[in-house]
Ligand binder design. Structure first.
Ligand code: SF4
Length: 536
């Protein structure tokens, strides 16, 4: 993560790249963020932004400006946050981040970040946050601010939410941010284990080598040292700063030989000059045949060759600030759409779905109403319908949360039976292809066992209908992902192409039901009976 002029161990920048991320277009996903602390300097550019510009050609990229993170330290005076946010956005765009290739947005415009932060905060142990090395360190470094706040203690959870919301797998960071990535992994692991799911991949730190850009005083470039050269500064300003740079005591007299490896101007050449210019400068320094001021002019020219076009683009973008703002708002909608995909799964897992679902059945006014609604025999044409029509009708009833537990004895029971059996081979998928509806008749040889095969795809939920031919009773289950995800994922690994996954349901003498996926241990599912959620 880049430093961006505020204490280096704060969550200034978050980055995540999925090597095998769940992307629609097949490209791995990258997610990065940066705290808004105003215009960027060359250190920020070389430490992160230059790499981002390259990543967007290979990955599906999401870049966000972390204004909520800025509030963890600047809550008492937020007056600069919006200005700084736009300064960062303009610098990003000027440097080459492209809204046609990437999604570029402001964190607080995507409310799902806050929602996930709240939910993950519920299950993150306090001790994990107190252990983050930067917590105490930053309280000491920023002693002019009161950081004994809930928000500051919890910022690693917000960071974890930023990453996990987009289901990222890799987090390119500096060494000082490794603890945050480890915490994110722990949060993901705890959530997955607690809710028996694999919704969050555990992100891994990805260390990207980036050159350390020297400031004008020879120390690392940082706003807190006041030694920066702005990425989008006017070339004349850049030249003025470089011409005044310290040489760290090299070549006190120009007739002295110097060592460019010990001089910050020599370091600038290594980063920004061509190999030919750098070699020539180094030779001239070591043989005292080049003057320092000419060396600095060459360094300035090399830096400005990079920054002049960026400066010009920023000037143009700043003159159209309303367009930039509108673009950021549109991009936030796009990011929110992706974030909502994750939150939909999370809400389902935590039973926070907006669907009334099982509660409709639970709250039906009276037992009489309930029976009335669930009695298919009230359907006067029932036995005149074809088996296909009856199958469809059953599904419709199920959609509407009105599927009866008991089906009246069929006059042509075999046809009902046949209809359902046929669906065994072609499970019904909901419109979003995420929910599976499968019916199965009882195995004649094994009267207390039902078997069916499921295509090896990702599902949020299975709706299983198991028929008992003898009494025409329908046992219905809604199996959330957490009950089958591990065994299902395991089974998928050993499958050949187009092979399906075998699922078994067993009933014991006490009428308890158990589910097994591809030979895994049988898990009890009796409690999931009739736990309807309407299909979408
Ligand atoms: S010639 Fe260049 S690298 Fe050598 S000391 Fe002077 S400014 Fe530094």
């Amino acid at each position: 993560m880049s430093e961006n002029a505020i204490p280096s161990s704060l969550p200034l920048e978050l980055s995540a790249a999925c090597a095998v991320g769940p992307t629609a277009g097949g490209r791995p996903r990258v997610l990065s963020g940066m705290r808004p602390t105003g215009k960027l300097h060359l250190g920020n550019y070389m430490g992160a932004l230059a790499n981002w510009v390259k990543l967007q050609d290979q990955y599906e990229c999401y870049f966000f400006i972390a204004d909520w993170h800025a509030l963890t330290t600047d809550y008492a005076d937020p007056s600069r946050i919006k200005i700084n946010t736009l300064d960062v956005a303009l610098d990003w765009l000027a440097a080459g981040l492209d809204p046609e290739k990437s999604t570029i947005f402001i964190q607080s415009h995507v409310l799902q970040h806050a929602e996930l932060n709240l939910l993950l905060g519920m299950m993150t142990p306090l001790g994990w946050l107190e252990r983050v090395p930067t917590y105490k360190e930053q309280q000491e470094n920023l002693s002019n601010k009161d950081l004994t706040t809930y928000g500051f203690l919890g910022y690693p959870v917000l960071m974890a939410s930023d990453i996990l919301l987009y289901q990222a797998n890799f987090v390119p960071v500096g060494q000082d941010q490794q603890a945050h990535v480890e915490l994110t992994r722990e949060v993901a692991r705890r959530f997955n284990s607690m809710y028996k799911t694999d919704v969050f991949p555990e992100p891994e730190a990805l260390f990207t080598p980036s050159p350390k850009v020297p400031g004008t005083d020879g120390r690392k470039m940082s706003k807190s040292y006041g030694n920066t050269i702005g990425l989008t500064e006017a070339p004349a300003t850049t030249a003025y700063k470089i011409l005044g740079m310290s040489t760290n005591g090299q070549r006190i007299r120009q007739t002295d030989a110097g060592d460019p490896d010990l001089c910050p101007v020599g370091d600038l050449h290594k980063i920004f000059s061509t190999p030919e210019v750098t070699a020539e400068i180094q030779r001239g320094c070591r043989t005292a045949t080049n003057r320092c001021e000419f060396c600095k002019i060459d360094a300035s020219n090399s830096v400005c060759a990079l920054t002049q076009p960026i400066h010009d683009r920023r000037m143009h973008l700043a003159s159209q600030i309303e367009d930039t703002w509108e673009m950021l708002c549109d991009q936030a909608d796009k990011a929110a759409s992706r974030a909502e995909e994750t939150m939909f799964q999370i809400r389902m897992l935590l039973d926070l779905s907006r669907d009334l679902g099982a509660l409709k059945r639970h709250f039906l006014a009276t037992e009489e109403d309930r029976l009335q609604n669930h009695d298919l025999s009230n359907h006067s044409d029932w036995w005149q319908l074809s088996s296909n029509q009856r199958g469809k009708l059953l599904r419709d009833y199920w959609h509407n949360n009105l599927l009866p537990l008991e089906i009246p004895l069929a006059q042509e029971s075999n046809r009902v039976f046949t209809s359902l059996e046929r669906e065994l081979e072609e499970p019904f998928l909901s419109a979003k292809k995420k929910r599976l509806f499968v019916t199965s008749s009882r195995d004649v040889e094994k009267p207390d066992e039902w078997r069916f095969s499921i295509p090896a795809k990702s599902y949020e939920v299975w709706a299983l209908l198991c028929w008992r031919k003898k009494d025409y009773w329908l046992d219905d289950f809604v199996i959330p992902q957490k009950f089958y995800s591990q065994a299902f994922a395991q089974a998928k690994k050993s499958l050949k192409k187009d092979e399906k996954i075998q699922v078994n349901v067993l009933r014991d003498e006490e009428n308890r039901f158990f589910l097994s996926v591809a030979g895994s241990n049988y898990e009890p599912v009796t409690d999931l009976r009739s736990n309807y959620e309407p299909l979408m």
